[in-house]
Write a protein that binds this ligand. Structure first.
Ligand SMILES: C[S@@+](CC[C@H](N)C(=O)[O-])C[C@H]1O[C@@H](n2cnc3c(N)ncnc32)[C@H](O)[C@@H]1O
Length: 225
């Protein structure tokens, strides 16, 4: 087996493995075909106890991208129980150790459900202070929580109900630095629900370029300018 791409302690790697296993086990119990529409009360109540964490291989790629672009300020739209957030935090904390680093590392995470945010905080506490210290968790609707104090953003993770992907991108866009990366999940599986986002990103002069990667369900990497 090849070594983990993450610079992380054996304890954190074990925690991540455990959280991904729990998430996948839970996902296998969900009847995905019969779910109500996203962004409805019925859908949200079914999802209230669900991890639906970003898959491990996708998280590892995200971590690598953050290390590569030297990201210090990251926004996560959709935090749930905080699994992907741990990868984001590990990467920005590691980037901050570079000799040239001046900006304080920060992961601006946002989650609508207080009960999910509470569990996310517990997972970060288990992961350790290095993780906890760089996360700025904003509990509430991202259409409110992402309207202020973002600074210059290097990376945006769109792991959110699809109707919220474009609103989240538009809120963060004025703060994206040239070369910033946006990742959107499940772009092949949910291609029909991403049409508005694709049209916006693909429009001439949008400042964005994207590529769809053949991960499970598809994942888009969008580069700004
Ligand atoms: C796919 S999950 C995120 C999974 C997480 N990134 C991970 O890998 O562990 C999407 C989350 O977005 C949250 N969410 C839904 N609508 C939201 C909104 N308007 N503002 C903030 N979060 C929202 C949901 O409650 C859900 O927990």
């Amino acid at each position: 087996m090849s070594p983990s791409p993450l610079a992380a302690s054996p304890e954190v790697l074990a925690l991540l493995k455990d959280l991904h296993t729990k998430s996948l086990t839970q996902e296998a119990t969900v009847d995905w075909q019969s779910l109500p529409q996203q962004c409805t009360t019925d859908f949200d109540s079914i999802m209230l106890d669900k991890f639906i964490a970003l898959d491990q291989d996708k998280c590892e790629l995200v971590y690598h991208i953050l290390r590569s672009i030297n990201a210090k300020t990251v926004v996560e739209a959709g935090t749930s129980f905080g699994v992907s957030t741990i990868y984001l935090a590990l990467a920005v904390a590691e980037n901050a150790k570079r000799v040239s680093a001046t900006t304080k590392p920060r992961v601006i995470a946002t989650e609508k459900e207080e009960s999910k945010a509470k569990l996310a905080r517990a997972h970060w506490a288990t992961a350790g202070k290095e993780i906890e210290d760089v996360i700025d968790l904003r509990v509430g609707d991202l259409r409110e929580t992402l309207t202020s104090d973002l600074g210059t953003v290097d990376f945006l993770l769109l792991d959110i109900w699809t109707p919220l992907a474009l609103p989240a991108l538009k809120l963060v866009q004025p703060h994206l630095r040239p070369g910033a990366v946006v990742i959107a999940d499940n772009t092949i599986m949910a291609a029909d629900r991403y049409q508005e986002l694709f049209a916006y990103v693909d429009a001439e002069g949008s400042g964005f370029r994207r590529v769809t990667m053949p991960y499970k369900g598809g994942m888009d990497m969008i580069v700004y300018q």
